[in-house]
Design a protein around this ligand. Structure first.
Ligand code: FAD
Ligand code: NAI
Length: 464
């Protein structure tokens, strides 16, 4: 048994980043992880494996849909699912091993096993209780369950995101329950791999919380790619018979009951914080009414010396939000001033084209009572996007009408997830739309569309 300055529980992007930053700041750190590998949900069964499948399926789609258009002729590739799974596993493995290397480099002890908190300053792993000055809970989240639906990832018929990443075969048909980020990313990957995909969503629009115009255009683009949508539909149950699933749902507008059969059903109706087995009630760590760990402005829980970050606490369930909190709380524990700007956390959906947003939507900006300007620029006016066959989207910039300060930006377009960052930096610096408009952007890049949207907030875009 050793005594530590900090024990972090959970080695996802929140926990491992926190451990590394704390070690860099001179603290003696251990990180407890119960999984076989480091990296949490994100590296093992989340961001990284899903992006590998999205990339591979995008490449396939390019060969089938766009290669001939560019004069690239020849046999079209077929999918070897086992090999594609191997590529995914290798991508994941390379990254989880990378975290192990970083732990060694920063002299962080990986305590292998599942932790519980015995008391402030005491963390039990297996039969050993470790002493520590501070504890950070970074235990993440798990898929939320849906009444009437039993998930069995091993059988591969009714699955959650973890099961969907490792299906035994590519299904001919798939019903996705929930048109959120997981449902649309994995749904579009399987659609490109040949599955007939139907997305059943409770609300009347896809991707809840996104800018309304983006929601509509995104749905149009996905529908053109072959995804079918049933909106305003509450799923009441899924039955499995003879290896096929039947999804039952009720349309909210008229209460009519319907069902769809499919080889595979992906349940993607949200995630909930995971704090099971930590013994939080015993030590008096308070939870919110939705089961998240309650924290103050410095990520401290209701118990002094016990902090919490990432998916286990309120806020967007995003890896980079968890990482930022991990760095910030390490700095607070080391006696510095950790800070996270929650107004500038980008969100990206890694479909093709990508969808990215930061800051206020048009609806939220109007609701806040501000006078706003909206500058929009379609990728149809962007030469590079046209060459990439990805010109159906747009950039929409929202600025304060009085001060011109950028309040938000929403992009559907090629590499939107990369492009959004110039707006994030601008917002961090309190920039105006004119600041972006006056910044020289290289040609021909898709980022020119961001500048054009900024110009459209002022005297007008050039190429629109
Ligand atoms: P986690 O990554 O969940 O890590 C928590 C870790 O704690 C786990 O490894 C768990 O085993 C461990 N743990 C829990 N309890 C204990 C205990 N008692 N003792 C020891 N260890 C414990 N976000 C993005 O930003 N971009 C994306 O592209 C993206 N894609 C996603 C795709 C999918 C399919 C899914 C499911 C999620 C995706 N996310 C994405 C969300 C992202 O994975 C999470 O926001 C992120 O992983 C949260 O990080 P975290 O450190 O809070 O928790
Ligand atoms: P989500 O909250 O994004 O979407 C869930 C959807 O399911 C909602 O649209 C909801 O209305 C719908 N729904 C709920 N109950 C339903 C029912 N009974 N019938 C029909 N529809 C129903 O959750 P999701 O997609 O599961 O993702 C979980 C989290 O993971 C998200 O918070 C997201 O931040 C994170 N994530 C992030 C990614 C990224 O950043 N690219 C990728 C994947 C996940």
């Amino acid at each position: 048994m050793s005594t530590y300055d900090l024990i972090v529980i959970g080695a996802g992007p929140g926990g491992y980043v926190c451990a590394i930053r704390a070690a860099q700041l001179g603290l003696k750190v251990a990180c407890v992880e119960g999984r076989e590998t480091l990296g949490g949900t994100c590296l093992n069964v989340g961001c990284i494996p899903s992006k590998a499948l999205l990339h591979a399926s995008h490449m396939l789609h390019e060969t089938h849909e766009n290669f001939e258009k560019m004069g690239l002729m020849g046999a079209k590739p077929k999918v070897d699912w086992g090999k594609m799974q191997g590529y995914k596993a290798e991508t994941v493995g390379g990254n989880t091993k990378g975290i192990e290397f970083l732990f060694k480099k920063n002299k962080i002890d990986w305590l292998k096993g599942w932790a519980s908190i015995e008391a402030p300053g005491k963390v039990k792993v297996g039969d050993t209780t470790h002493e520590t000055k501070n504890i950070v809970i970074a235990t993440g989240s798990e898929p939320a369950s849906l009444k009437g639906v039993e998930v069995d990832n091993d059988a591969g018929i009714v699955v959650d995101s973890t099961g969907a990443l490792s299906l035994p075969k590519i299904p001919k048909s798939m019903v996705v329950i929930g048109a959120g980020v997981i449902g649309l990313e994995l749904g579009s990957a399987y659609a490109r791999l040949g599955a007939e995909v139907t997305v059943v969503e409770f609300l009347d629009a896809i991707t809840p919380g996104m800018d309304g115009e983006v929601q509509k255009q995104f749905q149009r683009i996905l529908a053109k790619q072959g995804l079918k949508f049933v909106l305003g539909a509450a799923v009441s149950g899924v039955e499995v018979e003879k290896g096929k699933a039947e999804v039952k749902y009720k349309l909210r507008k008229d209460d009519s009951e319907h069902e769809i059969k499919a080889e595979c059903v992906l349940v993607a109706t949200g995630r909930r914080p995971y704090v099971a087995g930590l013994g939080l009630d015993k030590v008096g760590v308070a939870l919110t009414d939705r089961g998240f760990v309650q924290i103050d402005d410095h990520w401290q829980t209701s118990v002094k010396g016990i902090y919490a970050i990432g998916d286990a606490v309120p806020g967007p369930m995003l890896a980079h939000k968890a990482e930022d909190e991990g760095m910030a709380v390490a700095e607070v524990i080391a006696g510095k001033h950790g800070h996270v700007n929650y107004d500038v956390i980008p969100g990206v959906i890694y479909t093709t084209p990508e969808v990215a947003s930061v800051g206020l939507t048009e609806e939220a900006a109007k609701e806040s009572g501000r006078k706003i300007k909206v500058g929009k620029f379609p990728f149809m006016g962007n030469a590079r996007a046209k060459a990439l066959f990805q010109a159906e989207g747009f950039v929409k910039m929202i600025a304060d009408a009085e001060t011109d300060r950028v309040l938000g930006c929403h992009i559907i377009g090629p590499n939107a997830g990369e492009m959004i960052h110039e707006v994030c930096v601008a917002m961090e610096f309190g920039a105006s739309a004119q600041d972006i408009a006056l910044t020289c952007h290289a040609h021909p890049t898709c980022s020119e569309a961001v500048r054009e949207a900024a110009l459209a907030c002022g005297d007008g875009a050039i190429h629109a």
